[in-house]
Design a protein around this ligand. Structure first.
Ligand code: NDP
Ligand code: 2IT
Length: 458
């Protein structure tokens, strides 16, 4: 018989040993190692009770991508100059279905970031219950300040190479930071032409050519559906709560839309230029204006603040200094650190739900846990986007479009079932809020691990 402190010591030693192994194999890959540590901290104690996973070294195998494809993307600027970018596709795990995950276009993109995103994707996709493997890709291309034609030429050049590695039964990319409807249109148009096949090799497509209703909204809306489940399980509701959201992209703006619909007061948004704080709260009309600014004109939030007296703009800052009940980080990784978490805690926050992938640093997550704040990790809370990508694949495969109502119903059900899986996988001792980090990692791991065990050593 061991007592709790013995267990903690064993957990710590095992984690240190596992991380030393991963660090040797993935030296300097900060984001990948950060994501891997969170998963290992939850899964290692679980596999102690399930030695079959250990004997087959399932966790180590999951953390070694099936393959990583790297390639050069050359394209011509409007002025005739030649640009060279680097692109990747990380095909991490095909255990549960064709590789699935977005493409990111951002100057910071590198192998570590894409490996972390693909690893998160593996457990997230598993949690959806759909037949989705895990991948991620992208390029160190910065779409900011580029004309539509330049973006088109870049997408076409990238797809010239990527097309040979993807397909509806092989690997199905979608959007992520810097890749939205415009980019998916250019990418799909070039894929279709090269392969001479109209097939669901990408998701997030326009409605006119095989896209699904609600795919654009799915990540943000799904995040709010998860938040509602989490609040309800702790005897709270969203109506009347003050919410801080970061980001002003696909995830953030649709999370804001659904939060408003549910009666919450949304006080903040942010972009790479800084954060806006509207002490009166956004209205549907204000949000429409911001959506037009960000999605149609590709403008900056600063312009919005300049036009609206009473809206404060904090240059190069984040929204975490504002007193709120709920925080939804929806921009990018590591955007909410321990100091920000402590500020939120002092301001009385009681729920943090990750719309982005790994927006909270490990220190922030520790601080929130110590303060007994409800915390939903991205792999659970933002799974609605990839879930509706899965639904888009179904519609493409059957050549039968679904109604918006049916897709939204499916989204709600999937987010509810993910919440249930997290709670069922890990029971927190009484008096503490549920540990969704442990729950999501264990439940997500279990399904992939069972498939991998069934396949034998491959
Ligand atoms: P978008 O490109 O639509 O929006 C990203 C937003 O975050 C923009 O407002 C952008 O600012 C801001 N941002 C991006 N990088 C930084 C940075 N380094 N510093 C400050 N602000 C930044 O992307 P999405 O909304 O699609 O993605 C946001 C997050 O959600 C990412 O972590 C992504 O991986 C995750 N996610 C996305 C899903 C999807 O379906 N799209 C699904 C699940 C998770 P600016 O407007 O100035 O560019
Ligand atoms: O991080 C994510 O889950 C996404 N960017 C969406 C992936 C997808 O395939 O829809």
């Amino acid at each position: 018989m061991t007592d709790a402190s013995d267990d903690t010591a064993i957990d710590r030693n095992e984690l240190a040993e596992f991380m030393a192994y991963l660090e040797r194999r993935n030296a300097g890959e900060r984001e990948f190692l950060q994501a891997a540590r969170e998963i290992a901290a939850a899964v290692l104690p679980f596999t102690r009770e399930h030695p079959e996973y250990r004997d087959a070294r399932i966790l180590e195998r999951l953390m070694e991508p099936d393959r990583i494809i790297t390639f050069r993307v050359c394209w011509e600027r409007d002025d005739g100059g030649v640009e060279i970018n680097r692109a990747w596709r990380v095909q991490l795990s095909g255990a549960l279905g064709p590789y699935k995950g977005g493409l990111r276009f951002h100057p910071s993109v590198n192998a570590s970031i894409l490996k972390f995103l693909a690893l998160e994707q593996s457990l997230k996709n598993s949690l959806t219950g759909l037949p989705l493997g895990a991948g991620k890709g992208g390029a160190d291309f910065d779409p900011k300040g580029r004309s539509d034609r330049e973006v088109m030429r870049f997408c076409q050049s990238l797809m010239t190479e990527l097309a040979r590695h993807i397909g509806p039964d092989t690997d199905v990319p979608a959007g992520d930071i810097g890749v939205g409807t415009r980019e998916i249109g250019y990418l799909f148009g070039h894929y279709r032409r090269q392969k001479n096949a109209f097939e669901g090799a990408l998701t997030g497509k326009g409605l006119a050519f095989g896209g699904s209703p609600i795919r654009r909204e799915a990540t943000g809306w799904g995040c709010i559906y998860f938040l509602e489940e989490m609040l309800e399980a702790h005897d709270r509701g969203l109506d009347g709560l003050r919410v801080a959201i970061s980001g002003a992209g696909n995830v953030a703006l649709y999370a804001a839309e659904k939060a408003l619909e549910r009666g919450a007061t949304v006080l903040t948004l942010s972009d790479s230029g800084g954060a806006i704080h509207d002490p009166e709260g956004l209205t549907t009309e204000k949000l429409r204006e911001i959506m037009a600014l960000k999605f149609e004109r590709r403008g900056r939030l600063r312009e919005y603040a300049d036009k609206h007296s009473g809206v404060e703009f904090r240059e190069k800052s984040n929204p975490w200094g504002v007193e709120v009940d709920v925080a939804l980080p929806c921009a990018t990784q590591n955007e909410l650190d321990r100091a920000s978490a402590e500020r939120l805690i002092r301001g009385g926050v009681f729920a943090v739900c990750e719309g982005a992938n790994m927006p909270c640093t490990a220190g922030a997550v520790d601080a929130l846990r110590d303060a007994n704040v409800l915390f939903a990790p991205g792999k659970a809370a933002n799974a609605g986007g990839v879930a509706i990508s899965g639904v888009e694949q179904t519609q493409n495969a059957t050549r039968m479009p679904w109604s918006a109502e049916r897709v939204n119903e499916q989204l709600r059900e999937i987010m509810q079932s993910i919440h249930r899986k997290c709670v069922d996988a890990y029971d927190e001792p009484k008096g503490k809020v549920n540990d969704y980090v442990r729950g999501a990692n264990i439940a997500g791991f279990r399904r992939v691990a069972d498939a991998m065990l069934a396949y034998g050593v491959v």
